[in-house]
Ligand binder design. Structure first.
Ligand code: BES
Ligand code: ZN
Ligand code: ZN
Length: 492
């Protein structure tokens, strides 16, 4: 099998504090350019410092915001370019490759949000996923951020910046873990592999309970959707169930339970309604929703968020076989609702429906949040850098969108529309799996049929779940999109 890195991989170590001295230090500086155009290359200046430029873009307030929050692409991008460039420097230098501290001097003016974005860039921009037995290039391991002269450490002055670094590290680490899971090739990544990885990622945390439900259990309890999709694979489907409960570590639950449901399709051939060959390889990332839910869950439990958080990841491989489910089948989901299958490539909603219904019944949460690379239609509508948010409650959707955007994940709200309800209804079953009409919207409305009245926030990340090129902190293929949004949204 393919040699893959240990998961989670080590991420850049980042500290903030007074200026450090020593021979291992590589001096670098972040500078803000006077205008919206900044040099995109890291430059070595006359004093021997590497300079990373941040464009000054006061005219780019956040989408959907009141004008007081700003996009931080420039700061994340500067951090990412810096670690990549200095990575090449240390790789060419045997001593430095082993021991170095990249000391980053900040410009005159910056906010805690800028520092958080820089840290996200330093960590996420340094991430790569390489499957080889050959020597891997050295990369930056340690970064130390220095505040300009005049800041007194351990004082009121610096507390916000120290907190920003801590936050940036948690957010960056979550994205890296999600990417590690998403990038793993599908010959390695079976549903069972994903379940084992999820368990390993969280089992050391206090207050966390892990349950891995196998196909036998799913059959017993009536999870018809997960079993139908997983039926065509020699590697059986599973349901990953993770629970963080602050009461288990004697902390209060200050807010109501939330259930996060992530699509865990480890490979999507389309099934009997087979996909075209071109681009099918990227369908190994069709569990990015699940990966982001696992990674966010870990970060939230690690930081002991004061509410119960449940992560459900139905995981299956959508293959072509004599045991595959067929167009025309009727499937009974968990809870008893039936769906009329019309296209086996719409497998995501089949497995999510079971998990949504189960989560709503068992945990009676304040909200169910689904995260999925669900429809090509969402990708067509919003492109590769923006996720789609569906919510019964406009305010809740916009709040999540804004929290996501300030940590570098952009969203746009989309409607669920009453007049489409009839296309989501089947003539022979309760719901029609692939209704006619706007594909991303009707997929969301299909899921809403399974919530038992619990408010739904549905995130379709088919576009931004993968990248085709490198920009800012993003690299091809799996982006880990969604992980930072969930963390930032539930922590604040
Ligand atoms: N995993 C795909 C959606 C997808 C498409 C993700 C492109 C990333 C990039 C999903 O399972 C799917 O195939 N959806 C179908 C649904 C259709 C048959 C109703 C689609 O969008 O074409
Ligand atoms: Zn599909
Ligand atoms: Zn899919």
């Amino acid at each position: 099998m393919a040699p893959i890195p240990s998961i989670p991989q080590k991420v850049t170590r980042v500290t903030i504090g007074p200026r450090a001295e020593g021979s291992e230090i590589i001096e670098t500086q972040v500078k803000v350019a006077p205008g919206a155009n900044a040099p995109s290359e890291i430059e070595l200046d006359a004093t021997g410092q590497w300079v990373a430029w941040v464009p000054n873009e006061p005219s780019r307030p956040l989408d959907l915001s009141d004008g007081r929050e700003f996009l931080e692409d420039g700061w994340r991008g500067a951090g990412a370019r810096l670690v990549r460039r200095i990575g090449k420097v240390v790789d060419g230098h045997p001593v430095r490759a082993k021991k170095h501290i990249v000391q980053v001097h900040l410009p005159e003016e910056f906010t805690p949000a800028n520092v958080r974005s820089l840290v996200i860039g330093l960590i996420v921009g340094n991430h790569s996923f390489v499957t080889t037995n050959k020597r891997k290039p050295a990369r930056v391991r340690d970064v130390h951020i220095v505040l300009p002269e005049g800041y007194e450490f351990n004082s009121f002055d610096t507390a916000d910046y120290v907190a920003a670094v801590t936050e940036g590290k948690a957010l960056g680490k979550a994205t890296c873990l999600s990417r590690d899971l998403a990038n793993a090739p599908a010959n390695v990544k079976s549903p069972e592999w994903l379940a084992t990885r999820a368990k390993k990622a969280v089992e050391d945390l206090d207050g966390v309970k892990v349950r891995l439900r196998d196909a036998g259990w799913l059959k017993d309890k009536g999870f018809g959707g997960i079993l139908a999709v997983g039926g065509g694979s020699s590697r059986p489907p599973m349901l990953i169930e993770l629970v963080w409960d602050p009461q288990k570590v004697d902390q209060c639950r200050r807010r109501r339970t939330v259930v996060l449901v992530g699509k865990g399709v480890t490979f999507d051939t389309g099934g009997i309604s087979v996909k075209p060959a071109a681009g099918m390889d990227t369908m190994r990332t069709d569990m990015t929703g699940g990966a982001s839910v696992i990674a966010a869950f870990r970060a939230l439990a690690e930081q002991q968020v004061p509410r119960k958080v449940v992560a459900l990841i139905p995981t299956a491989e959508n293959m072509i076989d004599g045991k595959s489910y067929r167009p025309g089948d009727v499937v009974e989901h968990y809870g008893g609702l039936t769906s009329e299958v019309t296209n086996t490539d719409a497998e995501g909603r089949m497995i999510l429906a079971d998990a949504v219904s189960y989560g709503a019944k068992k945990y009676k949460p304040a909200a169910v949040v689904t995260v999925a690379t669900l429809t090509g239609a969402a990708k067509v509508a919003l492109g590769l850098r923006t996720g789609a948010v569906f919510s019964d409650n406009w305010g809740a959707g916009v709040k999540l969108a804004r929290r996501g955007a300030i940590v570098g994940e952009r969203w746009w709200p989309m409607p669920m529309q009453d007049y489409l309800e009839e296309t989501v209804t089947s003539k022979i079953a309760d719901v029609r799996q692939t209704p006619t009409g706007p594909g991303a919207t009707t997929a969301a409305m299909f899921l809403r049929r399974f919530t038992r009245g619990v408010p739904l926030i549905h995130l379709d990340i088919a576009g931004p779940g993968r990248a085709e090129s490198t920009y800012d902190e993003v690299t091809p293929v799996g982006t880990g999109f969604g992980a930072r949004t969930l963390v930032q949204w539930l922590m604040h």
